[in-house]
Design a protein around this ligand. Structure first.
Ligand code: XUL
Length: 511
C-alpha cells in the first residue's frame, strides 16, 4: 500500500510519477513545464538565451522553483502525500551546479515560509548552470585528450566530450577563476536536487557520474589524476560517489504533506533511469527511443568501451554498466524527408513498404540535416548513394528508414548481441519502422507503453530502495504491447548493406 514518488528533472520540464507497486498502478502523474509555468526564469525550453550559439546554460533556481511547484501540484491533486514511503529521482545528464561555502548551512536551515529558490540563491557560486546542450568547451576537450589520450575513454567510459561535466568545469575554472575559487561544491542536476531534498550534501551515483569524464569506472570512484588536471583542487569540490539511500527528507517538505525523514534514494541520470523504466536493465534487451533525436541504450554484461568512441558507458542503477549512443538526426529528420516527399507516415507502412523491396535495391540515405553525434560529423546535409531528389517518394522514405536502422546496428555492434529491441517514442508507432528494425537487427522488436520512462525508472528505484524487487515491478509497469518478429529471409539483404552505410557515413553531403 506504500507509494513511491519518482521525480524526473529533464531539460524542458519536471515530472513527478507516483506508483503503488502492490496494486501495480501509477497513482498520479504531475508535470511542470519551464516555458509555460515559470516564464520569470527566462529559460524557454529550459535554456537561457546567449549570444554564442554554442553556449547553453540554465538558471539553477528554475529547477528549485520547479521542485516547489511540482510538489505543490502533487499535493493539490488530492494525493495522500503521507503514503509516499520513498522518493527517487533523476536529472538531465551532464549539467552542473556550482555552490559556495554557504550551501550546506543554507540547506540545513531551510524554512517553510520562504521558497527554495529564495533561500538557496545566496549559496550559488555561479549564477548559471551549463547543460548537456552546451558545446562551447572544445579547447578543454582537446587539452584532456592531449594529456590522457586513450586512457580517458578506457577508464571513464567516454572520450572528452563538450557537454560532459569535466570539460565544462575546466572551461569555467579557466574563464572565471575567481568564481571557481569560491566554488566549494560542484553538483550534477541530479545530486543538487537530491541534496535539497535531504537538506545535506548528496552523493553522485555511477549512472550520472559517468557522464562527467571524471569517474573511473574500474574503481567506481573519482579519478584523482584526471580531476586534478581538469581543474585545481577539483577533487575536494566533488561530492562522494554512492548509491542506495542518500538521507532522510528535510522537514521543509512537510509543508507539502510529506513525512519528514522519509528515505530519499540517491538520484541518477535520465538515461540510466530510462533503462530501468523501460525494463531493459538486464542484459540482452536494448532500447531504441525514436524521438526528436534517436537514442540507443542497453545494459552491458561487462565494462568495455566503444572502439570508435561514439557510444558512452554509464553505471546501470540496477548494477553493472549500460551503453548509450545518441543519434542527433532522428524523428525531425525522418519527418522532413516524409514532408518533402509529400507523404503521410501511413504511406510508408502501406504503399512504400509494399512497393519497395527490403534493401531498396541498395539505395540508402542518411538524413543528416543537423551536425550528427554518432558518428561525429560537423558538416550537415543529406548523404545518399543514389539520385535522391529524382527518386520516387516510396524509395526515398525506405532509403532513410533503412539507413538509420543500419547505422544504429553498426554503432551497436560493440555492445554485444541482443535478443530483443524495445522501441519507444513517436516513430515507434509505425509498423514499417518496427519491421525494418526487426529485420536489420534480426531481433524481436517489442513495443512498450511507457510514457515517462525516466520518471517511472526513478519511482521504481525508490521502491527498490525499500526492498521491492525490480524484476517483479518491471513486468507490471513496463508491459509489452506489441511484438514484431524478424524475418530470417531478410537477414542476408541487410548484412550486405552494412559496409554500404559505413561508406555513406564518410561521404560528403549531397548538393
Ligand atoms: C546523454 C545526453 C542527454 C541528456 C538529456 O548523454 O546528453 O540524453 O541526458 O536528456
Amino acid at each position: 500500500m506504500a507509494y513511491y514518488l519518482g521525480i524526473d528533472s529533464s531539460t524542458q520540464g519536471m515530472k513527478g510519477l507516483v506508483i503503488d507497486p502492490a496494486a501495480g498502478t501509477i497513482v498520479r502523474s504531475v508535470a511542470v513545464n519551464f516555458t509555460a509555468d515559470l516564464p520569470q526564469y527566462r529559460c524557454p525550453d529550459g535554456v537561457l538565451a546567449h549570444a554564442d550559439p554554442l553556449v547553453k546554460h540554465a538558471d539553477p533556481l528554475l529547477w528549485l522553483a520547479a521542485l516547489d511547484l511540482l510538489l505543490a501540484r502533487l499535493q493539490a491533486s488530492g494525493l495522500e502525500m503521507g503514503k509516499i514511503a520513498v522518493i527517487g529521482g533523476d536529472g538531465q545528464q551532464h549539467g552542473s551546479v556550482y555552490l559556495n561555502g554557504r550551501f550546506e548551512d543554507a540547506l540545513a536551515r531551510l524554512a517553510p515560509a520562504a521558497s527554495l529558490a529564495e533561500q538557496l540563491a545566496p549559496a550559488l557560486a555561479r549564477p548559471t548552470s551549463p547543460i548537456w546542450m552546451d558545446s562551447s568547451t572544445s579547447k578543454a576537450c582537446r587539452e584532456l585528450d592531449a594529456r590522457f589520450g586513450a586512457r580517458l575513454q578506457a577508464d571513464t567510459g567516454s572520450p572528452a566530450i563538450e557537454r560532459f561535466t569535466g570539460p565544462q568545469i575546466r572551461t569555467y575554472a579557466e574563464n572565471e577563476p575567481e568564481r571557481y575559487a569560491q566554488t566549494a561544491r560542484v553538483h550534477l542536476v541530479s545530486s543538487f536536487l537530491c541534496s535539497v531534498l535531504i537538506g545535506n550534501d548528496a552523493p553522485i551515483d555511477t549512472g550520472d557520474g559517468a557522464g562527467m569524464n571524471l569517474l573511473n569506472l574500474r574503481t567506481l570512484d573519482w579519478d584523482a589524476e584526471i580531476a586534478s588536471f581538469t581543474a585545481p583542487g577539483l577533487l575536494r569540490k566533488l561530492p562522494k560517489v554512492g548509491g542506495g539511500v542518500a538521507g532522510g527528507l528535510h522537514s521543509y517538505f512537510a509543508k507539502y504533506g510529506l513525512r519528514p525523514g522519509l528515505p530519499v534514494a540517491v538520484w541518477t541520470g535520465d538515461n540510466p533511469a530510462s533503462l530501468v523504466g523501460t525494463g531493459a536493465w538486464g542484459a540482452g534487451v536494448a532500447v531504441v527511443s525514436l524521438g526528436t533525436s534517436d537514442t540507443f541504450f542497453a545494459a552491458l554484461k561487462d565494462f568495455h568501451t566503444d572502439p570508435e568512441g561514439c557510444g558512452h558507458v554509464f553505471g546501470n542503477p540496477a548494477g553493472g554498466f549500460m551503453s548509450l549512443a545518441c543519434f542527433k538526426n532522428g524523428s525531425l529528420a525522418r519527418d522532413r524527408v516524409r514532408r518533402e516527399a509529400g507523404a503521410e507516415w501511413a504511406f510508408f507502412d502501406t504503399a512504400a513498404f509494399e512497393r519497395t523491396p527490403p534493401g531498396n535495391g541498395g539505395r540508402l540515405a542518411l538524413p543528416w540535416f543537423e551536425p550528427e553525434i554518432t558518428p561525429p560529423v560537423l558538416t550537415p546535409g543529406l548523404r545518399a548513394n543514389f539520385d535522391f531528389a529524382a527518386a520516387a517518394p516510396d524509395v526515398r522514405i525506405r532509403a532513410v528508414v533503412e539507413a538509420q536502422a543500419l547505422a544504429l546496428r553498426c554503432h551497436a555492434l560493440w555492445i554485444g548481441a541482443f535478443d530483443v529491441l524495445r522501441v519507444t517514442g513517436g516513430a515507434s508507432k509505425s509498423p514499417g519502422i518496427r519491421q525494418t528494425l526487426a529485420d536489420v537487427f534480426q531481433a524481436r522488436v517489442e513495443s512498450i507503453a511507457v510514457a515517462d520512462s525516466a520518471a517511472l525508472g526513478a519511482a521504481l528505484l525508490a521502491a527498490r530502495a525499500d526492498g521491492v524487487p525490480l524484476a517483479e515491478m518491471t513486468a507490471r509497469f513496463s508491459p509489452v504491447t506489441a511484438v514484431c518478429e524478424p524475418r530470417p529471409a531478410q537477414a542476408a539483404v541487410y548484412e550486405r548493406l552494412l559496409p554500404d552505410v559505413r561508406r555513406l557515413e564518410k561521404a560528403a553531403p549531397a548538393g
